[in-house]
Write a protein that binds this ligand. Structure first.
Ligand code: ZN
Length: 197
Protein backbone atom coordinates (compact mmCIF):
# COMPACT_ATOMS: atom_id res chain seq x y z
CA UNK A 1 0.00 0.00 0.00
CA UNK A 2 1.53 3.35 -0.99
CA UNK A 3 1.43 6.51 1.12
CA UNK A 4 -1.37 8.06 -1.00
CA UNK A 5 -3.62 5.07 -0.36
CA UNK A 6 -2.84 5.18 3.38
CA UNK A 7 -3.61 8.92 3.46
CA UNK A 8 -6.94 8.40 1.67
CA UNK A 9 -7.85 5.65 4.15
CA UNK A 10 -7.10 7.89 7.14
CA UNK A 11 -9.01 10.80 5.56
CA UNK A 12 -12.04 8.52 5.19
CA UNK A 13 -11.70 7.17 8.74
CA UNK A 14 -11.52 10.71 10.16
CA UNK A 15 -14.45 11.92 7.99
CA UNK A 16 -12.31 14.84 6.86
CA UNK A 17 -14.11 17.38 4.72
CA UNK A 18 -12.72 19.98 2.34
CA UNK A 19 -10.68 22.13 2.70
CA UNK A 20 -9.01 19.80 5.25
CA UNK A 21 -6.61 17.12 4.06
CA UNK A 22 -3.82 14.99 5.54
CA UNK A 23 -0.47 16.56 4.72
CA UNK A 24 1.72 13.97 6.46
CA UNK A 25 1.61 10.84 8.58
CA UNK A 26 4.55 9.90 10.78
CA UNK A 27 4.98 6.81 12.90
CA UNK A 28 7.49 7.02 15.74
CA UNK A 29 8.45 3.50 16.80
CA UNK A 30 10.49 4.60 19.85
CA UNK A 31 7.79 6.86 21.27
CA UNK A 32 5.04 4.52 20.04
CA UNK A 33 3.12 7.42 18.55
CA UNK A 34 1.36 8.03 15.26
CA UNK A 35 1.11 11.69 14.28
CA UNK A 36 -1.36 12.70 11.60
CA UNK A 37 -0.83 16.21 10.25
CA UNK A 38 -3.87 18.03 8.88
CA UNK A 39 -3.77 21.13 6.75
CA UNK A 40 -5.78 23.24 4.31
CA UNK A 41 -4.74 24.88 1.02
CA UNK A 42 -3.74 28.54 1.03
CA UNK A 43 -6.71 30.85 0.47
CA UNK A 44 -9.29 28.29 1.70
CA UNK A 45 -12.60 29.56 3.00
CA UNK A 46 -14.34 28.35 6.17
CA UNK A 47 -17.94 28.73 7.24
CA UNK A 48 -18.48 31.17 10.14
CA UNK A 49 -20.17 29.13 12.89
CA UNK A 50 -22.30 32.13 13.89
CA UNK A 51 -23.69 33.59 10.65
CA UNK A 52 -22.80 30.84 8.16
CA UNK A 53 -21.00 33.09 5.68
CA UNK A 54 -17.74 31.96 4.09
CA UNK A 55 -14.59 33.62 5.46
CA UNK A 56 -10.87 33.25 4.76
CA UNK A 57 -8.39 32.45 7.57
CA UNK A 58 -7.17 35.54 9.42
CA UNK A 59 -4.33 33.72 11.20
CA UNK A 60 -3.63 30.24 12.56
CA UNK A 61 -2.58 28.53 15.78
CA UNK A 62 -0.83 25.13 16.05
CA UNK A 63 -2.79 22.57 18.04
CA UNK A 64 -2.62 18.86 18.91
CA UNK A 65 -5.47 16.49 19.78
CA UNK A 66 -5.30 13.02 21.26
CA UNK A 67 -7.15 10.57 19.04
CA UNK A 68 -8.10 6.89 19.34
CA UNK A 69 -5.10 4.61 19.54
CA UNK A 70 -3.90 3.08 16.30
CA UNK A 71 -3.19 -0.46 17.52
CA UNK A 72 -0.42 -0.02 20.15
CA UNK A 73 0.41 3.52 18.99
CA UNK A 74 -0.97 6.61 20.69
CA UNK A 75 -2.45 8.68 17.90
CA UNK A 76 -2.36 12.48 17.68
CA UNK A 77 -3.86 14.87 15.16
CA UNK A 78 -1.89 18.06 14.54
CA UNK A 79 -3.15 21.09 12.66
CA UNK A 80 -2.91 24.85 12.39
CA UNK A 81 -6.33 26.05 13.46
CA UNK A 82 -7.60 29.05 11.51
CA UNK A 83 -9.13 32.08 13.17
CA UNK A 84 -11.73 33.79 11.05
CA UNK A 85 -12.35 37.49 10.77
CA UNK A 86 -16.05 37.64 10.02
CA UNK A 87 -17.35 41.11 9.09
CA UNK A 88 -20.48 40.44 11.17
CA UNK A 89 -19.20 38.36 14.13
CA UNK A 90 -15.60 39.51 14.50
CA UNK A 91 -12.55 37.29 15.07
CA UNK A 92 -13.16 33.77 16.30
CA UNK A 93 -11.83 30.27 15.80
CA UNK A 94 -13.16 28.17 12.93
CA UNK A 95 -15.21 25.11 13.87
CA UNK A 96 -13.33 21.88 13.36
CA UNK A 97 -15.01 18.67 12.20
CA UNK A 98 -12.92 16.46 14.53
CA UNK A 99 -12.95 18.32 17.89
CA UNK A 100 -15.06 20.71 19.94
CA UNK A 101 -13.60 24.12 20.93
CA UNK A 102 -11.27 24.03 23.93
CA UNK A 103 -10.77 20.28 23.97
CA UNK A 104 -7.41 18.57 23.41
CA UNK A 105 -9.20 15.30 22.60
CA UNK A 106 -10.89 14.46 19.30
CA UNK A 107 -14.65 13.84 19.36
CA UNK A 108 -14.07 10.14 18.76
CA UNK A 109 -11.57 9.91 21.63
CA UNK A 110 -14.05 11.77 23.87
CA UNK A 111 -16.78 9.31 22.87
CA UNK A 112 -14.48 6.43 23.79
CA UNK A 113 -13.58 8.00 27.19
CA UNK A 114 -17.22 8.80 27.88
CA UNK A 115 -18.27 5.22 27.19
CA UNK A 116 -15.65 3.54 29.39
CA UNK A 117 -16.12 6.13 32.17
CA UNK A 118 -19.60 4.71 32.57
CA UNK A 119 -18.09 1.31 33.31
CA UNK A 120 -14.94 1.95 35.37
CA UNK A 121 -13.75 4.76 37.72
CA UNK A 122 -12.37 7.87 36.02
CA UNK A 123 -8.98 7.45 37.71
CA UNK A 124 -8.67 4.00 36.13
CA UNK A 125 -9.70 5.39 32.75
CA UNK A 126 -6.96 8.03 33.14
CA UNK A 127 -4.38 5.36 34.02
CA UNK A 128 -5.49 3.18 31.11
CA UNK A 129 -5.11 5.90 28.47
CA UNK A 130 -2.22 7.67 30.28
CA UNK A 131 -3.99 11.03 30.57
CA UNK A 132 -4.55 13.47 33.43
CA UNK A 133 -7.77 12.49 35.24
CA UNK A 134 -8.60 16.22 35.63
CA UNK A 135 -8.81 16.57 31.84
CA UNK A 136 -11.19 13.63 31.65
CA UNK A 137 -13.33 15.06 34.49
CA UNK A 138 -13.53 18.40 32.66
CA UNK A 139 -14.70 16.63 29.50
CA UNK A 140 -17.32 14.64 31.46
CA UNK A 141 -18.50 17.82 33.22
CA UNK A 142 -18.96 19.48 29.85
CA UNK A 143 -21.21 16.74 28.49
CA UNK A 144 -23.12 16.24 31.75
CA UNK A 145 -23.84 19.98 31.98
CA UNK A 146 -24.88 20.04 28.32
CA UNK A 147 -27.30 17.17 28.92
CA UNK A 148 -28.68 18.89 32.06
CA UNK A 149 -29.38 22.10 30.09
CA UNK A 150 -31.91 20.26 27.96
CA UNK A 151 -33.83 18.80 30.92
CA UNK A 152 -36.93 20.27 32.52
CA UNK A 153 -36.95 20.42 36.35
CA UNK A 154 -40.27 22.20 36.77
CA UNK A 155 -41.89 19.05 38.18
CA UNK A 156 -39.23 18.45 40.88
CA UNK A 157 -40.71 18.71 44.38
CA UNK A 158 -38.28 17.08 46.79
CA UNK A 159 -34.54 17.59 46.53
CA UNK A 160 -31.91 15.69 48.52
CA UNK A 161 -28.33 16.93 48.78
CA UNK A 162 -25.30 14.83 49.53
CA UNK A 163 -21.57 15.20 49.31
CA UNK A 164 -19.07 12.46 48.77
CA UNK A 165 -15.31 12.52 48.47
CA UNK A 166 -12.93 10.55 46.35
CA UNK A 167 -10.13 10.15 48.87
CA UNK A 168 -7.20 9.53 46.57
CA UNK A 169 -7.42 12.84 44.74
CA UNK A 170 -9.53 14.75 47.26
CA UNK A 171 -12.19 15.36 44.68
CA UNK A 172 -15.49 16.27 46.34
CA UNK A 173 -18.72 15.66 44.52
CA UNK A 174 -21.96 17.31 45.53
CA UNK A 175 -25.12 15.64 44.32
CA UNK A 176 -28.64 17.01 44.19
CA UNK A 177 -31.18 14.25 43.74
CA UNK A 178 -34.84 14.32 42.76
CA UNK A 179 -36.11 12.17 45.63
CA UNK A 180 -39.40 11.28 43.96
CA UNK A 181 -37.90 10.12 40.68
CA UNK A 182 -34.66 8.90 42.33
CA UNK A 183 -32.65 10.73 39.72
CA UNK A 184 -29.53 12.88 39.93
CA UNK A 185 -30.29 16.39 38.70
CA UNK A 186 -27.08 18.21 39.54
CA UNK A 187 -23.56 17.27 40.39
CA UNK A 188 -20.54 19.39 40.73
CA UNK A 189 -17.04 18.64 41.68
CA UNK A 190 -14.13 20.49 43.18
CA UNK A 191 -10.55 19.49 43.78
CA UNK A 192 -10.60 19.95 47.53
CA UNK A 193 -12.77 21.43 50.25
CA UNK A 194 -10.09 23.98 51.06
CA UNK A 195 -10.00 25.37 47.50
CA UNK A 196 -13.73 26.01 47.56
CA UNK A 197 -13.68 28.03 50.80
ZN1 ZN B 1 -20.14 35.42 10.93
Amino acid sequence: MNIDTATKLFEMALHLEKPWFISNISLNKEQKTLNIYLDFPRGSVFRCSKCGCEVKAYDTQEKTWRHLNFFQYECYLKARVPRLNCSVDGIHRADLPWARPGSSFTLLFEAFLFTISGEIPVQRVADLVVEDDEKIWRMLDHYVNKARETEDYSSVNKIGMDETSMKKNHNYITLAVDLEKKKTILNFRRKSLASSL
